[in-house]
Design a protein around this ligand. Structure first.
Ligand SMILES: [Zn+2]
Length: 468
């Protein structure tokens, strides 16, 4: 409507101008550079109008040609980008399908088509890793370090490779670099904690733990348990250096943080007993016993007041341990053991029967066989108990919740998978009667750091990785 009005207004102006010129006839003469033109005013006005329309037309034609060339260029560029991202997505699908050759080919194609080299680089690294070409993967990861957007991911990939090669020192350096690059990220602090612990650098591991707590990579409750584990390792090291007082202080801190941590309680009780504080040692053992009755605690219990003068005194001491918690199978087994030594056959059998009712594991039947041997010496009865022992459930053990390995003793770091604070005192759960405990669920405890780094120790065959 507005356009129509404007059009009619313009026509009206033109008509008025034509009428105005028609009412005022006259001639115009132009003398320029030897040329002379004689014409009417109306013709001159018409010529000026035509010249203006021609100029506008030429200008519009020039602009159309110019824009047309740019549009064509943009169209071509968009096509390249589309084909590049298509190659990239197909490459990722090839990686997911395990087709390393196709993934590698598509990574090269994406690299030639896309302006941004980051994603094709990442795809080429993944293709190389899938192919098992560690040298090419490492080369690609090194190239990723040069790009700001891929540096962090490159560090993680290189850390994984260094860890897989058993180069814990380099892996720790890469974790530190990643932590400096992104201090709020969770995995570098967790990886650093695990790596420092694996090296036995307990003080550095403690610093990494504090960083992990700040980044909220670890909950406060887990942080408390991990602090206790690190303090226990430091206390052990200090005690081995014959600095008993300092070791006692560290063990006390660990015990205060986690009273159920058996190695801390056992070390603290032993150090207290050695320093003549039998009452303090007993108090520590009692507290730990109520949370986790463990054979190591039972062993120290009998030594707190010094060597027993006779076997009956030992029996009396262990009766006190059983009285602490009647439900604890370990107490009954310890009392049955000293009762056999004291030739108290009836008492030994009673406590073995209680243990057998609650937890019929290998040790129970072994002690029954020992009792049968020393009491009556009947080979058939001994053989019978031994057969039951062979078919019995396994005894509790120190088992890594990360890899399922059974360890002879506790340690803050699993020597097989490198998991930090993953070793727990639990009963093994065997899958289909196999000889190895079920990984992870067997121990009941969480694979805490394993989820961040989760890398196999050299030669372990464990395939859990964080960057593959
Ligand atoms: Zn492990």
């Amino acid at each position: 409507m507005r356009h129509s009005l404007f059009f009619f207004a313009r026509v009206a102006v033109l008509i008025l101008a034509a009428v105005w010129l028609a009412e005022r006839p006259g001639t115009v003469s132009i003398d320029w550079q030897g040329w002379r033109v004689d014409t009417s005013v109306g013709i001159l006005a018409l010529a000026a109008l035509l010249l203006a329309f021609l100029s506008i037309g030429l200008f519009r034609l020039w602009r159309l040609l110019r824009d047309g060339t740019g549009s064509f260029g943009r169209f071509r560029q968009a096509g390249r980008q589309r084909r590049g991202y298509q190659a990239l997505s197909q490459g990722l699908l090839a990686v997911a399908a395990g087709d390393s050759v196709r993934a590698e080919k598509l990574a090269k194609k994406a690299k030639t088509l896309l302006d941004d080299p980051a994603l094709p680089l990442l795809l080429s690294v993944q293709a190389a890793q899938l192919k098992g070409d560690q040298a090419a993967a490492a080369q690609g990861l090194e190239a990723m370090l040069a790009l700001p957007e891929t540096e962090f991911a490159g560090l993680r990939g290189l850390l994984t490779l260094a860890n897989r090669a058993g180069n814990v020192h380099s892996a720790a350096e890469l974790a530190q670099r990643a932590l400096a690059l992104q201090p709020r990220a969770t995995w570098p602090a967790l990886a650093l904690l695990e790596l420092e612990a694996r090296e036995g650098h307990w003080t550095d591991a403690t610093a990494a733990l504090e960083t992990a707590l700040k980044t909220k990579a670890i909950s406060k409750e887990d942080g408390r348990r991990h602090r206790a584990a690190l303090l226990t390792e430091r206390a052990r090291l200090t005690a081995a250096s014959h600095r008993q007082e300092e070791a006692g202080q560290l063990a006390q801190q660990a015990h205060d943080l986690d009273p159920a941590l058996v190695p801390a309680a056992a070390l603290l009780a032993r150090l207290k007993a050695q320093s003549g504080d039998a009452r303090g040692a007993r108090r520590v053992l009692e507290q730990a016993w109520r949370s986790c009755p463990h054979p190591d605690l039972a062993a120290i219990w009998g030594e707190v007041d010094g060597p027993a003068p006779d076997s009956l005194t030992r029996v009396k001491r262990y009766e006190g341990l059983v009285a602490l918690d009647e439900c604890a199978v370990e107490g009954h087994l310890a009392l049955a053991t000293v009762s056999i030594s004291a030739r108290l056959w009836g008492q030994a059998r009673n406590h073995l029967n209680i243990a057998r009712e609650r937890s019929p594991t290998v040790r129970v039947f072994r002690l029954f066989a020992d009792l049968a041997q020393v009491e009556r010496g009947d080979p058939l009865e001994v053989r019978d108990w031994q057969l039951r022992q062979a078919a019995a459930d396994p005894d509790p053990a120190w088992i890594c919740s990360g890899c399922g390995t059974v360890h002879p003793s506790w340690s803050a770091s699993c020597r097989r998978c490198g998991g930090f604070n993953t070793i727990h005192w639990v009963q093994p759960v065997f899958a289909g009667g196999g000889s190895h405990p079920v990984s992870g669920t067997a121990a009941g405890g969480p694979a805490l750091i394993g989820s961040a780094l989760a890398l196999p120790a050299p030669g372990s065959g464990d395939s859990r990785t964080a960057f593959r």
